[in-house]
Each structure stands twice: as structure tokens, then as C-alpha cells.
Design a binder for this molecule. Structure first.
Ligand code: SAH
Length: 347
């Protein structure tokens, strides 16, 4: 695989352009072209420069090879990478803007039992430019340009564990928030992690105050370890401490994702335990009904169970919401589309 031009920040691109003997202003032309989601071969620059770039860099690091559209307007994409790997992403339309969910790795090695992304393990990390290109491609697809973005919000909740690919994920955050690029505000970006504690501290000190989201899904370390192997390494107490530090450094309220799994984590006792853990903390709990993955035997909950659990949390003084499931009819859950594709299923 050649290198990925979208990995570079604007100043790195300027240095590259100067180093090949071109005028500095060409960097802006190239950068704007890439930000508009163009292939290198489509950018209006002198042929000699284009050839030089194409010698070393992938023309199109990411290509949409399949699009599924849900009845609720959600779009799910299967992207192919330059080396033939596939990843997936989701575009969701809300009243306040459009959110894109991006992948940070091909596969995942965290092994969460409810998640389809981890079924085949980790294949490789995505580069920052491959993460960014998911946004650039989809933004262009929906008519976004340098003035008006079609993608206004980003969630790092696709395949992969963003903090297991820290360097590339952080470079992506820098580039996607850069004023000369898409310039998406850190406030409009949510990073979801299964709880890699040292990397939470690193992110807190990184200077890009994105919304931190923790996949909690349980109230005790033992219970958590049943579905999330990472729980054996980092306990809930350590995670909460790291979240406290994140709040101190960024002033941002943190969020807990809690996927409701029947018979596993949503009895009255779990509600009490969750309230005891989180009451008074500057946080919000996002409940999601488990999106059943057919390779796993975990079962989701009824609406009634979900609202009952939500009611208990609210009564206990927690700020909580039940997330509307989107794109259920198009394999909306993490990794389901890619898994089906790799198995040769008709999707
Ligand atoms: N690795 C990161 C981000 C990817 S998953 C993380 O663990 O947070 C994004 C969110 O979807 C996480 O909260 C994850 O636990 C949840 N998730 C994964 N598979 C799911 C499923 N089948 N149903 C409901 N939520 C799921």
C-alpha cells in the first residue's frame, strides 16, 4: 500500500509540497481538494505535481462499495481500503445536524461478547487519514463543501477501540478539528472507549476536549468481566477516577453507554448499583437496547423493560436517556455489516 496523503496536517502538506520543488500555494489547492473529498487525480493542479503525488500516495484511500439505506433515513456504508480490507460507517440524520459514526480499526481486539466488530479479532489499525477519509467521502456524498458541512457531528463508535489506536486517532482529531480543514468543533465529536484508563488520561491532557463516552454496561467489575475482557485489566473505580480527571481538565460532562442485555444488567438491583456508583457525578447515562448479534446468544430487552430501567435511574437522580435505535433494519450494530460481507452473506 502507498502512503495516505490525508494523514498529513496542512503544515505537513506544505512541507511536502515545498520539498518536491513546488510553490507553497499549491498546498492549499491540494488540501482544499482533499477536504472536498476528491481523489488526488481529480484535483485541479499541474499534471507534474499530480504525478509526483500519485507515485507515493494512494489516489483514493477509501471507497464506498455498498450503501444500505434504512427506513429512518440512516445510511450505512461498507468502505474498502487501498489494501482490500473493509470497514463500515453510519450516517444519521437528526434535527440538529448529521452525525457520522466512524471506524478506527479494521476489526477489534477487545473481545466484548455483545459486539460483532471483535468476532474476527484485530486486523490492523487505521491511519489518521483513513479515519478522516471516511468523513471526507461521506461529507462530499451529501453535498458538503468548504463552507457548509454535511457532516456536523462525529462519533468514534464504529469498529475498533479508538484508544487502542491512540496516535492515529489523536492525529485524526487534530486534523478534523483544524481550522484549515473541515474545522469540526471538538464539542461535536464523541469518542467512545471500553475504558483503557491510561489513554483516558492522555486524552484529557491532549488539548482536544471531545465528549468522552465510556462503554460501561455493568455495575461491578465481576459482572463487567463476563462480557468485557478489558474489565480484568481496568476496574470501574479506576475508570471513574480517570473520568473525574477528564472533567477537571476539559470541563466536559462524560457519558456512560449502557447496553441493556436481558437477564444480565438491567434488574432493579443493577439500577440501585448504578445510582450508587454515579450519583452526583457530572455524567449522563445513555441506555441502548442491545442490538442482537446473531453469532452471540445475548438477548435484548423489551421496550417495557428498557423504560422501567430508565425510570429507576431517573428516580434515583441520574441524568439518563434511552437512545433511539437507528438503522436496525440495516445491520446497525457495530461490525455487523462487515461481518456479513466477509462471510459472503447477501447484504
Ligand atoms: N470500542 C469502543 C467504540 C466502539 S462500540 C467502545 O467500546 O466504546 C460503540 C458502542 O456500541 C459501545 O458502547 C459498544 O459497547 C456498543 N455496542 C457494540 N455492540 C453493540 C450491540 N450489539 N448492541 C448494543 N450496543 C453495542
Amino acid at each position: 500500500m502507498k502512503k495516505i496523503l490525508q494523514d498529513l496536517s496542512f503544515s505537513e502538506l506544505e512541507n511536502l509540497i515545498l520539498s518536491v520543488g513546488e510553490k507553497k500555494f499549491r498546498a492549499k489547492q491540494v488540501y482544499d481538494g482533499l477536504t472536498l473529498g476528491k481523489k488526488i487525480s481529480q484535483i485541479n493542479i499541474p499534471a507534474a505535481l499530480r504525478e509526483k503525488l500519485l507515485e507515493n500516495f494512494e489516489d483514493e484511500p477509501i471507497k464506498i462499495i455498498r450503501t444500505l439505506t434504512s427506513a429512518d433515513g440512516t445510511e450505512k456504508y461498507l468502505f474498502s481500503l487501498a489494501d482490500g480490507n473493509v470497514i463500515e460507517g453510519v450516517f444519521m440524520k437528526y434535527k440538529y445536524g448529521n452525525t457520522q459514526c466512524v471506524s478506527t480499526q479494521v476489526g477489534c481486539r477487545m473481545g466484548c461478547k455483545f459486539c460483532a466488530s471483535t468476532l474476527g479479532g484485530l486486523v490492523r489499525n487505521l491511519t489518521s487519514g483513513e479515519i478522516l477519509s471516511q468523513i471526507l467521502t461521506v461529507n462530499a456524498l451529501h453535498g458538503g463543501n468548504l463552507k457548509t458541512r454535511a457532516v456536523t457531528n462525529i462519533v468514534l463508535m464504529g469498529s475498533g477501540e479508538p484508544l487502542d489506536n491512540y496516535g492515529n486517532t489523536f492525529a485524526f482529531l487534530k486534523n478534523v478539528t483544524a481550522p484549515d480543514g473541515l474545522n469540526i468543533s471538538a464539542r461535536n465529536i464523541s469518542l467512545s472507549t471500553c475504558g483503557i484508563v491510561p489513554a483516558i488520561y492522555r486524552l484529557a491532557d491532549g488539548g482536544i476536549p471531545v465528549n468522552l463516552t465510556i462503554s460501561l454496561h455493568q455495575t461491578t467489575d465481576e459482572g463487567r468481566a463476563r462480557t468485557m475482557p478489558i474489565a480484568k485489566k481496568y476496574g470501574i473505580a479506576e475508570i471513574l477516577k480517570a473520568c473525574g480527571y477528564y472533567f477537571e481538565k476539559t470541563g466536559r460532562r462524560y457519558i456512560f453507554e449502557y447496553s441493556l442485555i436481558d437477564g444480565e444488567n438491567c434488574d432493579a438491583q443493577h439500577a440501585d448499583e448504578l445510582i450508587a456508583l454515579l450519583k452526583g457525578k457530572p455524567c449522563h447515562v445513555n441506555l441502548i437496547r442491545l442490538n442482537e448479534v446473531k453469532e452471540r446468544d445475548l438477548k435484548t430487552v423489551t421496550d417495557k423493560q428498557a423504560y422501567r430501567f430508565l425510570g429507576l435511574l431517573e428516580k434515583g437522580g441520574l441524568s439518563a436517556t434511552l437512545r433511539r435505535s437507528m438503522g436496525n433494519d440495516i445491520a446497525g450494530a457495530c461490525g455487523q455489516l462487515r461481518t456479513g460481507y466477509l462471510k459472503g452473506e447477501d447484504i
